[in-house]
Design a protein around this ligand. Structure first.
Ligand SMILES: [Zn+2]
Length: 407
């Protein structure tokens, strides 16, 4: 298979994952089509396939209206919120202290200013959940406002390029909410004490999703695990985040069609990196309890293939012989450079268990996160398929080297 053929294949896969299916939001029909597509294609290369499934919620919305005395304010529906139809007095708070003091039961609560600088982590999110986020959520659930309006700007580290961003994106949080720009919030704050009407049309739909695992080789249980998350945020084609990672796994699987090494290879389309409940990640952890020590190297692909800049790889917890093996292999590829360590993706699962890990992304990380991630701009047009082919080829060689190393 030449790299030209691989690039052409990459384009076709991308086309399907980003354009032919409308969304890869966890629990949606598109997400199920994506995991089916992955299982079917990878199965053709002689892998054993397993698709462990989980319950989740899908969600849809049909807009919201917020009015006071016939004046409308522009709002966006928080992902995974419940719907509502209320007319209640408005209370506005800008700090945690104000929230602690405020009487908000049965009222519509406007949160803005200091209180809405960071997207709040979902209440049951297992991997990162700072105390000040927990405290805000706890207070809201205790004080029971009828609904929440959050005025926000941008939070690059937690919400990517989306602006304004949803303060709350949590299917486990049951107070209905919308969000709006900071300017709109300032205007609305002037009406504190007045009666506001808020109608949110949204519903949660019980659904299921799955991870797809493909295994090959390995008589002795020691294995390399490769992850790419297959889900995407609602409202984005999710090309760089993270159809490209999935495409690299498919290309690599084809290059491994004749593989029969001692080293076990486990390729995983994880389903939940961009989902409030991280369902696929939690499922992988629970099904691999006590088995992480078998993992010789965990590899994660997220954000690879941006048409500008280079592919950046970073290493974590690697013993020196493994580390030099990686550098030697990748030195042959001009477009691959060593990048800064980063922690906002699924290689965190390997790090949680102190396993050696290798993560791939683009070195234009900052631009991607501030301008593109989680928006409609993340399309196949900004992907260079040759970069995806290159990573697949480099990984194929690396797996042979690791196989020799552990033999
Ligand atoms: Zn991602």
């Amino acid at each position: 298979m030449t790299s030209m053929n691989l690039s052409e294949k990459a384009e076709k896969y991308l086309q399907y994952l980003c354009l032919e299916i409308p969304t890869r939001r966890v629990g949606s029909a598109g997400n199920q089509a994506a995991t089916d597509f992955f299982a079917k294609n990878i199965g053709a290369f002689g892998f054993q396939i397993e698709c462990p499934s989980f319950d989740c919620i899908d969600w849809n919305q049909n807009g919201a209206q917020l009015t006071i005395d016939g004046i409308s304010f522009e709002t966006f529906v928080s992902p995974y919120t419940l719907g509502c139809n209320e007319s209640k007095p408005l209370v506005a708070v800008t700090t945690l202290e104000e929230l602690e003091m405020a009487e908000v039961a049965g009222k519509i609560l406007l949160m803005h200013g200091d209180l809405t600088q960071e997207q709040l982590m979902p209440k049951n999110f297992p991997f990162y959940n700072p105390d000040h986020h927990r405290r805000i959520i706890e207070l809201l659930e205790l004080k029971k406002p009828q609904a929440i309006v959050a005025a926000t700007t941008q939070d690059v580290s937690l919400a990517g390029a989306v602006s304004p961003f949803p303060l709350i994106e949590d299917g486990d949080f049951d107070i209905p909410s919308v969000y709006m720009t900071e300017d709109e919030g300032k205007g609305l704050a002037g009406y504190a004490g007045r009666e506001v009407s808020l109608k949110i049309r949204a519903q949660r739909i019980p659904s299921t999703g799955c991870n797809v695992l493909a295994r090959k080789g390995g008589q002795n249980h020691r294995r390399v695990v490769l992850f790419a998350h297959i889900d995407a945020k609602d409202g984005t084609p999710g090309a760089i985040d993270n159809a490209t990672g999935v495409v690299i796994l498919l290309l690599l699987a084809e290059l491994l069609a004749d593989y029969s090494g001692q080293l076990g290879i486990e390729i995983v389309a994880l389903n939940g990196e961009d989902y409030y409940a991280a369902s696929g990640e939690k499922l992988y952890l629970s099904l691999n309890e006590g088995k992480f020590t078998e993992i010789v190297l965990g590899i994660n692909l997220d954000g690879v293939g941006y048409h500008q800049g280079h592919t950046a790889y970073s290493l974590y917890n690697c013993p020196p012989n493994l580390e030099s093996l990686v550098h030697e292999n990748f030195a042959l590829h001009q477009d691959m450079v060593q990048g800064e360590p980063w922690y906002q993706s699924d290689h965190g699962l390997f790090l949680l268990h102190e396993r050696p890990a290798l993560a791939f992304t683009s070195d234009q990380f900052t631009e991607l996160w501030t301008e593109i991630a989680h928006t409609s701009k993340d399309t196949p047009e900004i992907v260079d398929p040759a970069k995806l082919a290159e990573v697949a080829i480099a990984l194929r060689k690396l797996l042979d080297s690791v196989d020799e190393l552990i033999a």
